[in-house]
Each structure stands twice: as structure tokens, then as C-alpha cells.
Ligand binder design. Sequence first.
Ligand code: 26W
Length: 781
Amino acid sequence: MTKGFKQNVEEALWLDYGKTIKEAETIELYNAVSKAAMAVVGRDFGEKAKKAEGKKACYLSAEFLIGRMVYNNLLSLGLFNQFTELMTENGVDFRILEEIEDAALGNGGLGRLAACFLDSGATNGITLNGYGIRYKYGLFKQYFEDGFQKEMPDDWTRMGDPWSERREDDAVVVEFKGQSVRAVPYDSPVIGYGGKKINLLRLWQAEPMENFHFDLFNDQKYDKAAKDKVDADAICAVLYPNDTTDAGKKLRLKQQYFFSSATLQDIVRTYKQKYGDDFSHFSSEYAVQLNDTHPTVAIPEFIRLMMEKEGMTFAKAFKLARETFAYTNHTIMAEALEKWGVNLFKAVIPNVYKYIVMLQKALVKELVMLKVEKENQQQYFIIDGERIHMARMAIFASHSTNGVAQIHTEILKNDALKEWYALYPERFNNKTNGITQRRWLALANMELSGFITDKIGNAWITNLDHLKKLEKFKDDAAVIKQFGDIKRLKKRQLADYIMEHEGVKLDPDFIFDIQVKRLHEYKRQLLNAFSILDIYFGLKDGRIKEFNPTVFIFGAKAAPGYQRAKGIIKYINEIAKMIESDPEVNNKLKVVFVQNYNVSYAEKLTPAADVSEQISTAGTEASGTGNMKFMLNGAVTLGTYDGANVEIVAEAGEENNYIFGARVEEIEKISKTYDPKKLYEENPRIKRVVDTLVDGTLDDGGTGMFEELHHSLLEGASWHKADHYYLLYDLLPYIDAKLAVNADYSDAFSFRRKCFINTANAGKFSSDRTIRDYAEEVWHI
Ligand code: 26W
């Protein structure tokens, strides 16, 4: 079979395009390679995955940030080497398929986590199938114009989608008030490493019940004839439609119901093929994991299906729901805790609202039974006045609620969800996030992979704890040197890539200090910017004398409607420009903000970092997963005591990382009396950097964005107090830590040794461990 792969590629090329490998366009090559690999997978993978023996976990997620699929799938199938050989034989660089675009069906961490989990499920022999939406447009493409973010649509299937199969025969109908649509599944294989286990990623596409109303068209009512299609298309058009208006909010809710309902109908149908009307085995056949609250409407939908179609009582359906569903919380940011207006909900899915009312009644009954005083009950209400609280529903009607890092779970238990923890302490548990080492080391950093395998064998690919065996080399100067040389090579490669894509020249002898993640105030990219400005002034004033040349690299997308985040991007781009044009410092300091940061860019950036910036305000970043990718690839973390950083330094040692700033307890203590203006007025260094926002040092093109940022730090706004994320509070300790990293870099051996120890202790952060914990403790698989 494997011998045939190369021939199959050539044959597919010839049959479909009449071309040889040498003649083929990239896209043709891509389609032929994918097709040949899909032939190895087999057309029946979807059926097999759906009907796999034993309990099946279903991961319901509004996002799957898969990135580029082809290399990963070739690796998993054991075809990667044959592929590269075939290319080499024909004089083609195997990296040619890097032109193929990412499947960017997600925003950030939550979506990428879903993708890592699927990889780990399949690799570990656990049936874990993903269910979501086949968006027509993924997350927007970003570019900069005069330093401002601009957005372009990401039509990711424009060149085809050879890794999916349309499964017309499995289509189901989803009903909204005044609209019915067909949900048609597109199935992609999730191939476990070694190719033994293949799970399923099923993405639903909304289509009109009838594609075309011939009669209307005949009556020359052309718009009407096409209307059903337009309305169906809207459901899957984009990820997170702008929800500033009611129409946008409705569309969001429609999306959530669309994929939740389709998935449950699908699961119930498959179940019934096996057990008929006997639902006594349901919760030992299926576990449903809700990836944040986005698919929570699946719970009342399940109860509806059981009662309306299967004639079950509410009590029985509710019990089954609780046994089946589990909920993961990914953030405590208030604005991300979903609530729907009752009227809006009723206008979209009145049929489901009924079951939410039943859940609310069951809740009150249980509160009484658990002896919660009447005056304390309202904080639990699923229907609370005019709002439906999705997180409350998810906790109440499931058997498990988990956070995604130890500190995050503690905050859920003791603060954000403490009233629920008091009620159901046994339901709360932690599952610290992880990343798949197949993509983030084996594929993204082949040089380091080769080095590691050379030292300790290749068992780390499926058991990352093996990395610990590297520790015995930590004082071996030759090994550390080799490790450092690989880093230098990855920095060289990134520099070439950035030259090509951004037109910016980087020197691999600089320190590569990288902050890449969604743009959000709590992640504090602005704090990083301030620290760079202080260093810049320090270098010019002669306050900073010794300084190892450093490039600060940023990558981030700002949500299109998030003006403050866009202001921060512009600000950093202006800083980059100012420093670049200053001959006094531009040989030591550099700033580059790369455009269109995505999974594929992350695969280039992560291996090249010396310093990983993880500087969120303590208590705000649920976990972070970028922090783990950098650690695995041998960077030191410059970060706060937040999210998974806490566990990273517990594994790799505080002495091998750079932790600074206020901890959660300290922030809590000062929050009432915090006065950023006082800090600003009393400390000239703070004042100087903050005032670059308004004193003409940097120009926001007349938009008022910088002024607004300045105001938000010193005066606040109606929705947030001044400097809500404590930038000014942490600024000086942060700069001290940054300068400490910089000074430590001078001793190459001891710096690389720290990096090496980070890699050696990254075992815990494999998503294989996370998934095994979910399987055992939540899904009981
Ligand atoms: C309701 C709209 C919405 C949707 C998605 C708001 C916010 C989001 C985020 C993109 C959610 C997200 O990505 N959260 C991240 O989840 C990661 C995986 O658990 C964590 O590592 C990150 O800390 C958390 O921010």
C-alpha cells in the first residue's frame, strides 16, 4: 500500500490535470497529494468513526483552528517521507505546499485547543469526534495599511477542500422560527499518529430545503426565488458575525443552534440504529463536551428531542442530559459569558425556549431541595429577568464543569462561579490545557525533533514525558551548544520568512523576543510596547548602558469592531517606525509586527523565540497555550503568575524563567484603591512612555485612537475603571525582568541551558495528557 503512494500521486495528477509533477501548479499538486492520501484513509472513515466500538466523546465547538492539514495528515499516515522523496526526485521543494492556506475556522486558543485535542484523541486511541460549523469564510485575513489593521475575507475553500467529503445521505433538518434549513455534513478524517485510529471532524453546512424555486423563477420573481439560499448561506457565512445589532445577535444564536441541533440529531439517529428506542445505554455510548458556552443550547435541544420525538418524561430526559453533557469554561472575562435576551431567543427558536423554562423550574426545585434561601436563589437563575444565562445552564444541566489551568479552576471555584461550587463541589475539576507535540515540535521544528530523537529516541512523539530524559545533558556544553545552534538556525529561517512576507530585515544574532496571541487589553500588548519605549529612551539617554540587541516581534489580530485593540496595533507599528528611523538605536533595537498571524505563522515563529512574552494581568488568562508551544521549543518565559505560566515554571523552575508583577492576591488587595494617575504623576519614566500617546511623539493619523488609549489608562471609561489591567502597576517590575533576561543572554551557555531545561520539562503540556484526563475523569472512556 505505502509503496503505491507515490504512484497514486502521479496518477491523480495525470488523470485530473494531464500533468506531471514537474509541470503541476501548486494547487494541482496539493489536490493530487491529498487525494492519494485520502485513498489510503478510505472513503468509509466517517461511518467507521461514528460507529466505533465503545463510548464516543463528541466535542462540540464553534471553532476548530486546524491550520494547514496536508503536512500533518501525511505525517500521521506515515507518508511524509515518501512525499518529500517524491518532491525531491522531481526537483520540487517539499515546502511548496506552504502556499496552501490555513483552515482558520477559529479565533485563537479555544479553537486551536480543539484542533490539538482531536489530534491527541485519535493518537491515543480514544474516539473523540469533533462537531462544528463549516464556515464559508474563516477568520479574516489581516494586513496593515499605514500601520492600521485592515481586514479581508478568508475564502478558505476557494481552491477546493480535498480533505473533506460531503455526506448528503447524513443531512438533517434544523428548524428556526419561520425558516427551515438542511444541515449537510462535511466529514474530514482526524488521523491518529501512525494511522491506526481515524476519528471524525464533522462540519455542518446550512443549505436551503430546496435550492431553487423553479415556479417563482418562472413567475419572474428572481429575488424571491433565491431568497431561501441567501438566508441559509448567512448562517454559515462567517465566524462570529458582528453582534453589535440585534440582527447580528440573532445570527450568532442561529449558528449555535444550527450546529448543536444537527449534531444531536445525528448522534441520536446513530444511537437508534444500534439500540432502537431503548435509551438506557445512551450515556454509556456518548459523552458530549461543550467547548465553552457556545454549544450549550445543545442541552435544551437534547431534552426537546427526547421528549418530543422519543416520548420521554422531562425528568428522564434531564437525567440523561446530565449524564451525557460536560462543560469547559475558557474565560472569566465578563463580556464572554454568554447571555441571550429572552425575546431574542424566542424570536429565533421558540420551540427550544419551552425547555429552558422547564430547566429553570427544575433548578428552582433543586435549590429548594438543597436549602438555598429564597433571597439567595436569583444568582443561579438560568432565566434571570430578561436574560438567559448559558453558563448557568451548562453547569446546572451537566455533570462536570472544568477550568483549563489550575489557577483558572481555583478562580472559578472561589470567585467567578463560587456559588455554583458551593452547590456542586464534586462537579468542578481542572484539566490543564495542552498542545500536540506532533504539530508543534515534530512538524514545526524538524531540526529540534531530529536532535531530540538523536539523544533520547523517538518515543516523545507519542509520550512527551520522555523529554525528561534530556535533563541528563543539561550540563553538557557540547549538547547545549548543539541545541543553541538549532535555535540560531530557526531564527535564521524566520528572518528569511519575515523578509519575504513583511519586507523587514532581521539579524539572527539579535535576541528574538516574541509576543503572539489575539489582541486584547488583558493580554497587555500595550504593556510590552511601553517597556520597549522605556528601553528606547534609556538607550538614548545613556541610562541603559549594556544591552544585547533585541528584536521585539508581535503578531495579533484585533476583532474588527474592537477599536482600542486596533489603536494598540497602530501604536506598536508607529513605535517600530520611529525606532527604525533612529540611527542612534536601530542597531540594537527593532520592532516588527507581522501581518496575518495564524497557525502557519505560529509554526514559523514558535521555534525561533528566545523569549516568550506571557504578560497578561494575573487572573485574566485562563490558561494560554502559546506559552506551552514556546516552552516546548526552548524559549524562556517572561511572564506573570497567570494561567498555565504558573504550571510552566513549576515544571521548569522559576530560576529558568522570568516571572514578574502582581499576583492575583495582590491585585485583589489593591484593586479598590488603585490609582494609576498617581503612579503616572510620581514616576517620570512611566509618565514619559504613557505620554507618547498624546505628546506628538507618535502619530495616530488623526484618528484619536492614541488619545483614547491614554484616557483609558488615566481616567477610565463608563465600562471600565482607569487602567483596568494594571499596566502602570506592573510596568517597572516588567522592565526590570526584561533587562534581566537581556543581561543573562550574554552568557550563552547558561541562557541556552535555561531554554534546554524548559524543553526537557514540557512533557506535562502535551494535549495527550489532557485528553487522557478528560477521557478518564469526565467521559469515563
Ligand atoms: C462569545 C464570543 C467569544 C468567543 C471566543 C469570546 C471569546 C472567545 C475566545 C476566542 C475564547 C478563547 O479563545 N479563550 C482561550 O481559550 C484557551 C483554551 O482554553 C485558553 O488557553 C486561553 O487562555 C483563553 O483565552
